[in-house]
Design a binder for this molecule. Structure first.
Ligand SMILES: NC(=O)c1ccc[n+]([C@@H]2O[C@H](COP(=O)([O-])OP(=O)(O)OC[C@H]3O[C@@H](n4cnc5c(N)ncnc54)[C@H](O)[C@@H]3O)[C@@H](O)[C@H]2O)c1
Length: 257
């Protein structure tokens, strides 16, 4: 973790990996700005730190995101790191899943990334330095039965972030696109309360959020763009590239249709 004095902005900082990153950065001496719709969650993230500040912002509202980002800069100075964690993850069969929920996922998981990028990245580019961390998922590489709508948002996040990285390759900004398998956060509970695919139970214990944050920092330091935090996730990407039919066969076998 270099540049500990940099101001860190974390969307979805009221829970899970955003919370873990926020508390680590704050403990290392950074000022942290949280954007989330979960005010109680942000208060829990900030507990015990004077340097963690919360903005109640819906990431799908571009005007609100721009206004909050401007407020952060006015109050605390330029943003040195961005972690875009805000997301939702309801699962379901595509023809049965609520139409509004499918669109809402895209608006938050992908549209939120678009909004925070356009609100914050130009300022980072002016400084010519900083870290830009975008959360995709293994679901952004491997679609499965019942995960289609969520996967589509994460394929979009991956394509957007990869293009952004190459459009700004000589900018001095370090980019990372994080692609974890299941991680033990409240997002999993949300998935389990919807139409949970059995396949996700066959993949071992979820990672600890801190392990993902460690992997992000190591990848940034090594100049690696894709953060694939486990050996299985790296194998998964290779399998998807070379043997997608084998993955689909296993998925159909496990789900039973
Ligand atoms: N947990 C996993 O298994 C897992 C695996 C791979 C990738 N990811 C990705 O990692 C990122 C972080 O996930 P997490 O597990 O920490 O999730 P989480 O559910 O613990 O936290 C997500 C946060 O996003 C916030 N949020 C939701 N809608 C919002 C909106 N409209 N505006 C602002 N904030 C909003 C929620 O209130 C919540 O605090 C997400 O992008 C997720 O898709 C998670």
């Amino acid at each position: 973790m270099n540049q500990t004095n940099d101001l860190v902005l974390i969307t979805g900082g009221g829970s899970g990996m955003g919370r873990e990153a926020a508390r680590r950065f704050a403990a290392a001496g950074a000022t942290v700005a949280l954007f989330d719709v979960n005010q109680e969650g942000m208060a829990e993230t900030a507990a015990g730190f004077d340097t963690v500040h919360a903005w109640s912002v819906d990431i799908t509202d571009f005007e609100a995101v721009c206004a909050a980002a401007a407020d952060v800069v006015e109050k605390h100075g330029p943003i040195g790191r961005l972690y875009n964690c805000a997301a939702i993850m309801p699962f379901g069969i595509l023809t049965e899943q609520d139409n509004a929920i499918i669109h809402k996922q895209m608006a938050i998981n992908y549209g939120g990334l678009v909004n925070i990028t356009q609100a914050v990245l130009p300022g980072m580019l002016e400084q010519g330095r900083g870290d830009f961390v975008s959360f995709a998922s293994m679901a952004g590489w491997i679609p499965m039965l019942k995960t289609g709508a969520y996967s589509a948002t994460k394929f979009a996040v991956r394509a957007f972030t990869e293009t952004l990285y190459h459009e700004n390759i000589n900018s001095g900004i370090r980019f990372a696109c994080v692609c974890p398998p299941a991680v033990a956060t409240p997002l999993l509970k949300q998935g389990k309360e919807s139409d949970w695919p059995k396949m996700l139970d066959s993949q071992g214990e979820p990672l600890a959020p801190g392990d993902v944050i460690d992997a992000i920092e190591q990848s940034l330091d090594k100049g690696k763009f894709f953060v694939l935090p486990t050996r299985d996730s790296r194998i998964g990407v290779l399998m998807r590239r070379f043997l997608p039919g084998l993955i689909w066969k296993q998925v159909h076998d496990v789900e039973g249709f």
